[in-house]
Design a protein around this ligand. Sequence first.
Ligand code: THU
Length: 160
Amino acid sequence: MTEKQISTSLQLFDSVSELPDQIQKLMHKAVEARLTAYAPYSKFKVGAALLLENGEVVAGSNQENASYPSGLCAERTAIYAAGANYPDQKIKALAITATSEKHDVLEPVAPCGACRQAIAEYEQKQNEPISIYFTGTSGKVIGVKSLLEILPLAFNNKFL
Ligand code: THU
């Protein structure tokens, strides 16, 4: 048996104002999208905004359902909207923000496992990484240059 270490590279920003201009704007779009969240059950509101290579921004927010599993996260709402409406446009970046009506969400909120898997599919499809930036309400932001930084050993279509 051998043991192998794998490492992840995270970019830590103390405030949104430290982000590159284009990403600051994208984060503001994510904040706007968060206001459209339909989260009557969890009271946890998430906004996501994708930057496409043509400069368009595709936004999404979490959409819940009385039948809980029928709801969908903000990140997948956005990425499937981009796939459906701009199938030939590469996705350059994704900004994510979350708040709760029940408690402070200070620390950056990383995308859930199912959303990571969905984003991985689009990196594979476009054969180019998607940079991801996520935040809470403290202003701190975590960035990664590729989804694979937060989903090591990802399952993908090469196994099929
Ligand atoms: N949620 C997201 O929108 N994105 C995530 O990455 C994690 C969770 C949503 C789903 C649900 O509406 C609420 O947050 C609580 O889980």
